[in-house]
Design a protein around this ligand. Structure first.
Ligand code: NAD
Ligand code: DAU
Length: 351
């Protein structure tokens, strides 16, 4: 094997697309996917590659120091791509300490075991930390997040991600651990857990349930197809410069309300409903506490240095995403039974 790579959080939404891309594109790399399989981790996401010769799954927690040491010693990792995290803002408002544990302490633990295991021999090593644009805070009507925008996180989720980014930077500067960070905007696509806006709306429209829109629906997000993010991660892992950070985004800003209306019209078409039928499900509910108004990414750096740009037209991406959720009812139904029902009730019943 040319390289052995540890991918954390590979059973989640973005992680599963990254694992698939690496397993298929690099048959001479060995890919080890370490995932705790929290509510968000799902091995069904990787069914198509689970028997690949260059792939192995390990169920485990990034907080488990002994496990990490054993894995580093057994596999002699050349690189780490770190995606494991608690990722949902609403859950972080309800349960912030879980986010501190996984996102802050978990990342610190992984960094520390990488440093100890590599023991100063950093040649051809890379620790790649996947972060979010939410660390930069909230924009007004104008402007974009660039790599040098000061950090200004507002939710327990974004504060925990910002904190983990700072630790990664500290390990680079203090110990020379070769590390890069990328900060990406909102991803969408197949396999996203239906607590997040797009799959939640698709699932509710399908079942004729209200679509909860926080506040006035005028908050803006910059959407990127998940496979475009995975391709950027591939490029940065191989060609990113240690010590640098890179912004990744879709150049694709939508208010939540316009996005949901577009989804409704695609769903009307797909489900042979009367034009405008799904829009009637839109329901304005109490806003998210501390709701960031606008995110927008300037991705000039990765574009100019490495030639990356988003490949997919948004309407096309949304249509193929809707089709995926409609074609994969079993995947969706398995998730939205049981614990999901309790989550949904707690989160939305009194909004
Ligand atoms: P996700 O919630 O779908 O998946 C997270 C995965 O991490 C799950 O498989 C879960 O089981 C695993 N995990 C959680 N805690 C763990 C632990 N202690 N040890 C091992 N595994 C653990 O998240 P996602 O949306 O795929 O996001 C992946 C990463 O990308 C996160 O770091 C997130 O902050 C970042 N990110 C996400 C987006 C987005 O729009 N979804 C955008 C930018 C950055
Ligand atoms: O920007 C990157 C971030 O994008 C990632 O770091 C996070 O992991 C990811 O979850 C996402 O965060 P958001 O909070 O932007 O995503 P979410 O899908 O939860 O919400 C998108 C927007 O839709 C946000 O403005 C809140 C709103 N919303 C969300 C839900 C779940 C609603 O109006 N109704 C809802 O039911």
């Amino acid at each position: 094997m040319e390289k052995t790579i540890l991918i954390t959080g590979g059973a989640g939404f973005i992680g599963s697309h990254v694992v698939r891309l690496f397993v298929n594109k690099y048959p001479h790399y060995q890919i080890i996917n370490l995932d705790k399989l929290t509510y968000a981790g799902n091995l069904q996401n990787l069914k198509d590659i689970e028997d690949a010769k260059n792939y192995e799954f390990v169920k485990g927690d990034i907080l488990d120091t002994e496990l990490l040491k054993t894995l580093f010693s057994k596999y002699k990792f050349d690189g780490v791509i770190h995606l494991a995290a608690e990722s949902h803002v609403d859950r972080s408002i309800t349960n912030p300490l879980e986010f501190v544990q996984t996102n802050v302490i978990g990342t610190a633990n992984l960094l520390n075991v990488a440093k100890l295991s590599w023991n100063g021999d950093f040649e051809n090593k890379m620790f790649y930390h996947i972060s979010t644009d939410e660390v930069f805070g909230s924009l007004g009507k104008e402007g974009y997040f660039v790599e040098t925008t000061p950090y200004d996180p507002r939710s327990p989720y974004s504060a925990s991600k910002a904190s983990s980014d700072h630790l990664v930077r500290a390990y680079f500067h203090t110990y020379k651990l070769p590390a890069i960070i990328s900060n990406c905007s909102n991803n969408y696509g197949p396999n996203q857990f239906p607590e997040k806006l797009i799959p939640l709306a698709i699932n509710n429209i399908k079942n004729n349930k209200n679509i909860p829109v926080y506040g006035k629906g005028d908050n803006i997000r910059d959407w990127l197809f998940v496979i475009d993010h995975a391709k950027a991660i591939d490029l940065l892992f191989h060609q990113g410069k240690a010590g640098e950070t890179y912004n990744i985004g879709g150049d694709n800003e939508w208010t939540n309300l316009d996005l949901i209306r577009t989804l409704c019209s695609i769903m009307d078409e797909r489900l042979n409903r009367e034009k405008g039928a799904s829009e009637k499900l839109i329901t304005f509910v109490t806003d998210r506490a501390g709701h960031d108004m606008r995110y927008a990414i300037d991705f000039t750096k990765i574009n100019q240095k490495l030639g990356w740009k988003p490949s997919l037209d948004f309407k096309q991406g949304l249509e193929s995403t809707v089709d995926w959720y409609l074609d994969n009812e079993d995947w969706l139904n398995l998730i939205v039974s049981g614990a999901y029902q309790n989550y949904y009730k707690d989160q939305y019943e009194n909004r």
